[in-house]
Design a binder for this molecule. Structure first.
Ligand code: DAH
Length: 341
């Protein structure tokens, strides 16, 4: 038995020291120390020994077990260390290789134009309000004093979302005048930028989706002079301090009187050229004094309060500012175009 135990010790220690994988090591542990292992098999024969031999062999067996256990443990530590060293060697980073360049985009030119526009109005004490693109016909037309037979209400012009035409994609940001007065009350000074939708074919100046910026001022004693003063100041901020403006009579159902505002062509100075299509002037917005009926529709007494409203086209403004000749460029998201701004 002594020889058997010595043989197990010698064989085990040699095999363990030769392992290179932890799975092999585990197999050896089971082979020698496991319940059905070699050491256990020897110990089962202890019964056959004489009472004098038994404690001597028992002690030897314990020594062998301890030696094998220790060998397994230290070999396991060795293998773990080696595995880590291999991993570190495999994952070495070459710090001299140049890094990958991360290309950052930037704001779309139209939103840059919108930001500076907002800034001008915030500095004048206006609030910025946001409204729904899916709108009720009542807000888009009826409460804005737009008669049932108005051409803008045609199915051929407007994207209706329900058969009874009660819900639609807003055709203008003007319904925000109504929503603003209903939720905020008067006095009010606000602008509301956003998307609007019309059934237009795409060409150099049309798109079925574009952006407007609505404006509304209502307070006691607001007059056309406030409208002109405010809009002139804004236009000079946007287009330069020497910009000449022209207020032309026009018709909108929700303002009375109404006007369109032109700026004198910065290219030709008013003589007429391709930029202004020979007109000498470029239209930049619609505006007017809020119609008393619109005020009344929002529960505001037109004998006490008055106001003005206006609507800018955002694409047109961005096109003017960045000298963009075709509306489609704004929406196509061609990186070669966008990179220029
Ligand atoms: N909503 C008008 C349009 O889409 C633009 C407009 C004109 C807005 C006059 C106004 C305004 O607030 O007073 O053509």
């Amino acid at each position: 038995m002594k020889q058997q135990l010595e043989a197990i010790r010698a064989g085990a220690l040699e095999a363990i020291a030769a392992t290179t994988r932890s799975s092999d090591l585990e197999a050896l542990r089971v082979k020698y120390l496991g319940k059905k292992g070699e050491l256990t098999a020897v110990l089962k024969q202890m019964g056959k020994l004489s009472p004098e031999e038994r404690p001597v062999m028992g002690q030897l067996a314990n020594e062998v077990r301890a030696a094998v256990e220790k060998a397994v443990e230290s070999q396991a530590a060795l293998l773990a260390e080696k595995a880590l060293a291999d991993k570190l060697a495999a994952e070495t980073i070459d710090v001299t290789i140049p890094g990958k360049e991360i290309e950052l985009g930037h704001k779309h030119p139209m939103y840059t134009a919108l930001d500076s526009f907002k800034e001008i109005f915030i500095n004048m004490g206006f609030e910025i309000m946001d409204g729904p693109e899916v709108e009720q016909q009542d807000y888009n037309f009826t409460k804005l004093n737009t008669p049932d037979d108005h051409p803008a209400r045609e199915w051929s012009d407007t994207f209706y979302l329900t058969e009874d035409s009660s819900i639609l994609l807003r055709t203008q940001t003007s319904p925000m005048q109504i929503r603003a007065m209903e939720t905020h009350g008067v006095p009010i000074r606000m602008i509301s930028p956003g998307r609007v939708y019309r059934k237009d074919e795409v060409d150099a100046t049309h798109s079925p989706m574009f952006h407007q910026i609505e404006g509304l001022v209502v307070d006691k004693g607001i007059t056309m002079a406030d409208l002109k003063g405010t809009l002139n100041a804004v236009i000079r901020e946007i287009y330069g301090p020497a910009t000449k403006t022209r207020f032309r009579p026009h018709h909108f159902p929700f303002t009375e009187p109404s006007c369109e505002v032109d700026i004198q062509c910065h290219k030709c100075g008013g003589k007429g050229c391709p930029t202004c299509k020979g007109e000498g002037w470029i239209e930049v917005l619609g505006a007017g004094m809020v119609h008393p009926k619109v005020l009344r529709n929002c529960g505001v007494d037109p004998d006490v309060y008055s106001g003005f409203a206006f609507g800018f086209g955002l694409e047109r403004m961005a096109m003017g500012r960045y000298k963009i000749s075709d509306l489609r460029l704004i929406f196509e998201n061609d990186i070669r175009f966008l990179e220029q701004f």
